[in-house]
Write a protein that binds this ligand. Structure first.
Ligand SMILES: Cc1cc2nc3c(=O)[nH]c(=O)nc-3n(C[C@H](O)[C@H](O)[C@H](O)COP(=O)(O)OP(=O)(O)OC[C@H]3O[C@@H](n4cnc5c(N)ncnc54)[C@H](O)[C@@H]3O)c2cc1C
Length: 574
């Protein structure tokens, strides 16, 4: 029987390659959990127990994805969602998928066990998003919105946890993250939706939000301006808003893709809400904290869609005959397929080696906050938490940018392999191309991600990680590759220094994309090298990745040195 997890050895291998053990120990309080058999998902008794649970869960989800969700992908796309009298109806396939995911406990995969969740780390949750998105990309905004529960679990009150988490964990309730407004997309500090306390001390929201995925959901996490006199980011607070008559869906967008996911315009008509956490800290402490996970989630979604596109192209290329031979025998086609394969394996290594830093950061701060760290260990744990935060702050925008852009190209190349049929709806290839298009846009556009990465790249944030990788023993037959990765790091340094010498912030912004590509290629190469040990196929792919990275870095360095961006040195009339 088809299974999207067991048919993908590269995804399954991440369980062995990613260094999750310290994260699990911290999460599980060294396997001294206080929770008990009453929970739907009991705490693991050991590291092996935890890893077995993750593998079994992914296998079950691979089965559900292949046999329940994927068969409805095209009907969900053609049915879409319908808004009638303020009520949004999902496609039948979406309803079936949510039911199947809820029944098996996946809608609360990330949420605390005490409230009915399974308590998996973000790294495992990203693998789940990859699987579900491969089956149907539009499911991501239902399955992938567990951040709503996570925000309540981490920053809400006990009463809010009791009120909202059980329903979210069981899948009976679905959440939504409500940030964007017509005048505030990339620039969230421009948010205008007003939060105010009425004469009874009840917080209420008033105004319009737009482009809200699953805005018809039951539990909305809304960023709003609670301090009308503070126009910047410190004037914003976070609110949880249960569904009510005072929240109206006034429009569902007619979109290019993701038809199964309703993208709603919402009007809050003095809607009653509850403040989450501290006033004025909505964007700075909670939304930005959540953004790292949200960006990784979109990268995982893009990877899932691209994996599906590649699989189909590979299969088709082995069957389609032209000029008396299968088209896979044409080097031009084989070359496209190889490029896609490399894009997928490198993206996967990049994603899962990055998200584990988010896990480390979150789990250490949770352990400290809940008194699970001995007094003497607190300073060292805080230092580890700061280090993990530093890496995750860079890697989440960087990885989101790199993976979504690459995955988009994979889908276009896969469509190309189908020739004219790729343009015809029946094959489903055009749906994948339409669906992936949003991934470089939402949760921050590629340009915003590159810009957010720039200062961290200029200060060589991952330098210590690169030093540590260079100091490790090299896997068999990889010495030459290792030297090339080190050379590529030197090319990045030369490029960075050349940008600094120009002393122009605008030039640096214009060159940021080159820097992001180069820097991620060094990180990605070390991630692939760790996975290449004893595997000749992976070693060859890595060699190619590093050679291509070197050609790219050399070319861009030449372009910079020859004045490609010098137009930014003078004030430019844009
Ligand atoms: C299908 C869909 C689902 C969505 N789901 C949600 C959701 O669930 N919740 C939610 O809150 N929002 C959601 N959004 C909104 C989404 O996050 C925003 O559309 C996105 O962040 C971009 O904002 P914008 O559309 O206002 O574009 P703009 O911010 O106007 O950007 C326009 C262009 O300017 C560039 N740009 C803007 N600022 C900068 C900068 N500082 N540096 C360089 N370039 C810049 C951008 O890259 C882009 O090319 C969704 C949007 C869509 C289309």
């Amino acid at each position: 029987m088809a299974n999207l997890f067991s048919d993908n050895p590269d995804l399954a291998a991440q369980l062995d390659c990613v260094d999750l053990h310290d994260v699990i120990r911290i999460m599980e309080n060294d396997f001294n959990a206080e929770d008990s058999d009453e929970f739907a998902f009991p705490a693991p008794a050991s590291l092996e127990d935890a890893m077995e649970f993750f593998a079994a869960s992914l296998d079950l989800l691979g089965d559900i994805s292949a046999n329940v969700i994927a068969p409805h992908r095209q009907s969900v796309d053609s049915e879409g969602t319908v808004l009638e009298d303020g009520v949004v109806t999902y496609a039948e396939g979406t309803r079936i998928a949510v039911e199947a995911l809820s029944e098996s406990g996946f809608m609360g995969a990330m949420l605390p066990r005490a409230y009915g969740g399974a308590g998996v780390p973000a790294t495992i949750y990203m693998m789940m998003i990859e699987l579900v998105s491969r089956a149907d990309a539009s499911m991501m905004t239902l399955f992938g919105y567990q951040d709503v529960g996570e925000l309540i679990a981490r920053f809400g009150s006990d009463e809010q946890r009791q009120e909202f988490l059980p329903g979210l964990a069981s899948g009976e309730k679905i959440g939504s993250i409500v940030l964007s407004e017509p005048g505030a997309g990339s620039d969230l500090q421009a948010i205008k939706v007003r939060a105010f306390e009425d004469e009874d001390g009840q917080w209420r929201l008033n105004g319009t939000k737009h482009f809200i995925s699953n805005g018809c959901g039951d539990v909305l996490m809304v960023l709003a301006r609670s301090e009308p006199k503070i126009a910047n980011i410190f004037g914003l607070s976070l609110f949880v808003c249960p569904k009510s008559d005072a929240v109206k869906v006034i429009r569902v967008e007619d979109k290019m893709g993701l038809h199964g996911s309703p993208t709603c315009e919402l009007f809050f008509d003095d809607a009653p809400v509850q403040l989450v956490g501290k006033r004025k800290a909505g964007l700075t402490s909670y939304v930005l904290e959540n953004l790292a996970q949200a960006r990784f989630s979109v990268a995982a979604q893009a990877l899932g869609i691209a994996e599906e596109a590649y699989r189909r192209a590979l299969e088709y290329a082995g069957e389609r005959v032209q000029f008396g031979t299968t088209i896979i025998d044409f080097p031009a086609v084989r070359e496209l397929l190889d490029k896609m394969d490399l894009a997928l394996t490198s993206s996967r290594a990049l994603l899962y080696d990055s998200v584990v830093w988010l896990d480390r950061k979150v789990q250490i701060s949770e352990a400290i906050a809940h008194g699970r760290v001995a007094e003497d260990d607190i300073p060292s744990m805080k230092a580890r938490q700061r280090e993990a935060a530093k890496f995750s702050n860079l890697l989440s925008p960087l990885v989101k940018y790199v993976i979504t852009e690459k995955a988009q190209q994979v889908c276009i190349d896969a469509q190309q392999v189908f020739g004219g049929l790729g343009f015809i709806r029946d094959t489903g290839m055009e749906q994948l191309v339409r669906d992936i298009r949003i991934t470089t846009i939402y949760e921050g556009t590629s340009q915003v991600q590159v810009s957010a990465s720039l200062k961290y790249i200029m200060s060589d944030t991952l330098g210590e990680l690169f030093d540590a990788s260079e100091a490790l023993p090299c896997p068999d037959a990889c010495d030459d590759i290792r030297s090339m990765i080190i050379d590529n790091r030197r090319l990045y340094e030369q490029y960075r220094d050349a940008v600094s010498e120009k002393e122009s912030p605008k030039l640096a912004e214009a060159a940021a994309r080159d820097l992001a590509d180069m820097y991620s290629q060094v990180f990605g190469a070390w991630a692939l090298l760790r996975r290449a040990n004893g595997n000749a196929g992976r070693r060859d792919a890595l060699r190619r990745y590093v050679i291509e990275a070197q050609a790219f870095a050399t070319g861009r360095l030449n372009a910079l040195q020859n004045g490609s961006y010098d137009c930014w040195l003078n004030e430019r009339d844009t």
